[in-house]
Design a protein around this ligand. Structure first.
Ligand SMILES: C[S@@+](CC[C@H](N)C(=O)[O-])C[C@H]1O[C@@H](n2cnc3c(N)ncnc32)[C@H](O)[C@@H]1O
Length: 313
């Protein structure tokens, strides 16, 4: 998977609010390039020679940079960020030039750049996501740790769609159940389901890079005896239904296979759909109901929606 660098030229006053917006949109870290940092007089108490490169700093104001995965959500995520930044004006925050640019980052650049900003994060009552290169001591005995090296696959675990999917799994998965994870990305949801006690988890993805990354993360979390990862899509690869099926994919894709999903959920089982931008909530809800699902819970975080539905007994 490719990564994009989103940069926003704004003001000193807006740093905190814009950083918040970027974090909430799923950016793992924000780089701040402040014109004041270049022009400011530096103390050289230890004899250091300051040699900052003028090209790394804006002439005025502040540039905030964030890294976002290039995936089907990127367009909507960038639009949501722009809207939220524009809205700061209504709180009397000066957003300055407000020039937003987006560029692709090559894989090596990204591979080293983003790791600096990705740290352990508690994302639900029980789950904490820990990057493989960090050490972390659990705070409570029932805390579940997912170790992750997303590599180039989607799923650092901190995107609102992933966070709500894990919370929904926490609500639905019972010990000994079979779970199907459609569009596994880094494998984060499949691993989460196994840690919650699933007997068997079948994870699949159309993207070969995701299948590889998920396979590595599954081994890293020592759940390979319960989790299988395969390439392919729902229709071609599932022969045995699951008690819980989860799909964190774009709304349009979810709506295209609600009938197929209905066939692979056991009667009385749950179907968790995430990755739904709030404007599409009702369309997805109708598609699920049209295929026979009963809506049990609708979760919302920022501009994203996750729906837990049930297949009647
Ligand atoms: C938004 S990511 C979700 C990753 C991870 N499950 C999470 O929650 O963070 C969606 C993933 O679905 C995969 N995908 C998209 N359409 C698919 C389909 N029809 N069947 C299987 N995988 C699909 C993409 O390759 C991508 O890795």
């Amino acid at each position: 998977m490719k990564w994009s660098e989103l940069s926003i030229h704004t003001t000193n006053e807006a740093i905190e609010s814009v950083s918040n917006i970027l974090h909430e949109a799923g950016a793992s870290g924000v780089v701040i390039e402040d014109s004041d940092d270049f022009s400011k007089e530096r103390e050289d108490q230890f004899g250091e020679i300051w040699s900052l490169n003028a090209d790394d700093f804006p002439k005025d104001g502040v540039i905030l940079k964030a890294y976002l995965p290039v995936n089907s959500f990127l367009g909507e995520t960038v639009e949501a960020i722009k809207l939220a930044v524009n809205n700061l004006v209504t709180f009397d925050i000066n957003i300055g030039a407000n020039v937003v640019t987006i560029s692709e980052v090559n894989e090596e650049e990204w591979a080293t750049a983003w790791k600096k900003y990705y740290h352990p994060v508690k994302i639900s009552q029980r789950f904490t996501i820990v990057p493989t290169w960090e050490t972390y001591n659990p705070v409570s005995s029932d805390e579940l740790i997912i170790e992750l090296d997303p590599g180039m696959a989607f799923g650092t675990g901190t995107h609102p769609t992933t966070v709500m999917s894990l919370q929904a799994l926490e609500k639905t998965v019972k010990t000994g159940e079979r779970v199907i994870d459609i569009g596994t990305g880094s494998g984060v949801l499949a691993i989460g389901a196994a840690l919650l006690g699933a007997r068997e988890v079948h994870a699949l993805d159309l993207d070969d890079i995701a299948v590889k990354a998920a396979g590595i993360n599954v081994k890293l979390n020592k759940v390979q005896d319960r989790v299988t990862v395969a390439g392919g899509n729902l229709v071609d690869t599932i022969d045995e239904p699951g008690d819980v099926v989860v799909a964190n994919i774009l709304a349009e894709i979810i709506m295209s296979f609600t009938d197929d999903a209905f066939k692979v959920v056991k009667p009385g089982g749950h179907y968790i759909t995430s990755g739904i931008i709030s404007a599409k909530k009702n369309d997805v809800k109708e598609a699920l109901e049209g295929s026979g699902f009963v809506i049990e819970d609708i979760m919302m975080m920022e501009d994203w929606v996750t729906i837990i539905s049930k297949k009647p007994e």
